[in-house]
Design a protein around this ligand. Structure first.
Ligand code: GLU
Length: 429
């Protein structure tokens, strides 16, 4: 069995936690508390399908820790979703909120389903069914969901509507990533991708590299990837390849243009799941390679912005010697076993829970605005986001330098210490 098939995101998240707990000398009580989620909800969502039949979908919400504030984290719709993946993602949300110093804890949700094969009405029924199962355990003061892989602002609005119908009032702070004009924040759509580039910009500054002298290869062509490519391009960087999942062929492909991809042109031939039309891309002069080729491109920067476990011991040696920085746009894209190889290669890794924290940071801004019912201009949102991401980047990088550890270890040290302190202060550990 290959390393890829063996991968269990939760065991890997726990192993990482145990390693850092040891490093910072965390006491036993806090270790026991933080290595598992505090609460989990597993439930069935029965849905009447368009053809009149019933299908039952498995749904989850996992609340890892809420010592620093209500749980926060997205809901994924994915056919390969597992409870262990949701557990891992909920733990990563705890570290993510703590590393950017948000007054929020970590949670995550999911439904095992494939929106590619569901009509909008069936998706709406899943969203409403999900809320009906957990409405008493989520909400503005308990746990605030948001979009994630294959969920959108429309899904969030259906969920909010169900929550408000059940509770009889307007509670826009229940959920984030809502459409603008319906309680959403300007900038939320761009926030994760832009946040990745704010941290990348600072990393390049520290490494003495000019963005305009760099090229990048990106895995994934969804929301995070597209906005990261846009802002990186505005800084002068050139994206030369992107890979994406092809639903019809059930495989991923890498689209390469050495002179630089044209973002708008590619967006014009992409479906709303981030799938690029191969025939049309070929006509536009893109070379199409197998999906994993994104990792072996001759570039300075790798930007994994798809799913977990994409850089692992099976493929880490395919990384080109020229690569200097990996900015992790996805959650958990690098398997911990691959980290020592990256260190040996001298690659500077901006870890996921720092690099992609722009999304939840803007979600926090959205919640603040929703609770006030007063909304900020785009410039104000983005400048607040930049300030928060840049401060978090330097908090981690200063600690990494001080303790001579990687950015990932420094980020974990900072986050775990903050969460453990909140648990101690509350008398939980
Ligand atoms: N799903 C995003 C993440 O993994 C955003 C979470 C949120 O906005 O609450 O960070």
């Amino acid at each position: 069995m290959s390393k890829k098939q063996e991968f269990n995101a939760f065991s890997s998240a726990q192993a990482e936690f145990d390693r850092i707990a040891e490093l910072i000398g965390l006491e036993d009580g806090a270790r026991q508390l933080l290595r598992n989620p505090m609460r989990e909800y597993h439930f069935n969502i029965p849905v009447r399908m368009d053809d009149g039949s019933f299908q039952v979908f498995q749904g989850y919400r996992v609340q890892h820790n809420d010592a620093r504030g209500p749980c926060k984290g997205g809901i994924r719709f994915h056919p390969q979703e597992t409870v262990d993946t949701v557990r891992a993602l909920s733990m990563w949300m705890t570290w993510k909120c703590a590393v950017v110093d948000l007054p929020l804890g970590g949670g995550k949700g999911g439904v095992i389903c494939d929106p590619h094969h569901l009509s909008p009405r069936e998706q709406e029924a899943i969203c409403r069914g999900w809320v009906r199962q957990v409405f008493s355990n989520v909400g503005p003061v308990r746990d605030i969901p948001a979009p994630d892989v294959m969920t959108t602002s429309q899904h969030m609005l259906w969920m909010l509507d169900e929550y408000e119908a059940i509770n009889g009032g307007h509670y826009p702070g229940t959920i984030t990533g809502k459409p603008v004009g319906m309680g959403g924040s300007l900038g939320r759509t761009q926030a994760t991708g832009y946040g990745v580039v704010y941290t990348l910009r600072e990393a390049l500054k520290e490494l003495g590299i000019k963005p305009q002298d760099t090229t990048a290869s990106v895995q994934g062509f969804g929301n995070v990837s597209q906005y990261a490519i846009e802002l990186y391009g505005r800084l002068g960087g050139k994206t030369v390849s992107v890979s994406c999942w092809d639903q019809a062929e059930e495989a991923s492909f890498c689209f390469v243009k050495p002179e630089g991809i044209d973002l708008t042109e590619l967006q014009g031939i992409t479906d709303h799941f981030g799938g690029i039309d191969q025939a049309r891309a070929k006509d536009l002069g893109y070379k199409i390679l197998p999906g994993e080729s994104w990792i072996s491109q001759d570039v300075d920067i790798l930007l994994p912005a798809a799913l977990e476990n994409q850089i692992n011991v099976d493929n880490v040696n395919m990384i080109n010697d020229r690569v200097k920085v990996i900015a992790e746009g996805a959650n958990g894209p690098t398997a911990p076993a691959a980290d020592p190889y990256l260190k040996e290669k001298g690659i500077f890794v901006i870890p996921d829970f720092l690099a992609n924290a722009g999304g939840v940071t803007c979600s926090y801004f959205e919640q603040v605005q929703s609770n006030m019912n007063y909304f900020w201009e785009l410039g104000e949102v983005l400048s607040k986001l930049d300030v928060k991401m840049t401060a978090a980047y330097y908090a981690v990088s200063d600690l990494a330098r001080k303790h001579e550890v990687t950015m990932r270890d420094a980020g974990y040290m900072l986050a775990i210490n903050r969460v453990a302190m909140a648990c101690r202060d509350r008398g939980w550990a």
